[in-house]
Design a protein around this ligand. Structure first.
Ligand code: ZN
Length: 125
């Protein structure tokens, strides 16, 4: 392991990596190291050596839909930054989020980022 992520849950990390393969099926491959860790928030970060890291918080893995949503959200950050040079929750991010996240889970984004989500045409079903 190149990165030091603290409090990693090995089992959930394996699940998350399998899930990421599913979510990214057919997409251009980005080298992203995915982890699940017992922490408050997840994140997407590119390290100084160029390694792309995604961390999903353990609490988000307790509900399957939330797990996929959270992972898709963080992966979308890397796709938006790599292919659109974007680093925040902007339109490019939302475009990638909608590509990566299954449509029936988009609504989670409304709880997190309502303004951008609504602007991207996401609504509660
Ligand atoms: Zn985000």
């Amino acid at each position: 392991m190149k990165v030091r992520v603290r409090k990693i849950d090995e089992l959930k990390t394996q699940e998350a990596r399998a899930l990421a393969v599913e979510l990214l099926k057919g997409r251009r491959k980005l080298n992203v190291e995915v982890y699940v860790a017992d922490r408050k928030r997840g994140f997407a970060e590119t390290l100084e050596d160029g390694t792309r890291v995604v961390v999903v918080p353990l609490w988000a893995t307790t509900a399957p839909g939330l797990f996929s949503y959270y992972l898709a959200h963080e992966l979308a950050h890397h796709y938006a930054s790599c292919f659109d040079g974007s680093d925040v929750h902007c339109r490019a991010f939302m475009k990638w989020f909608k590509r990566i996240c299954p449509a029936d889970l988009w609504h989670h984004e409304l709880d997190y980022n309502p303004r951008e989500a609504e602007a991207a045409g996401i609504a509660y079903n």
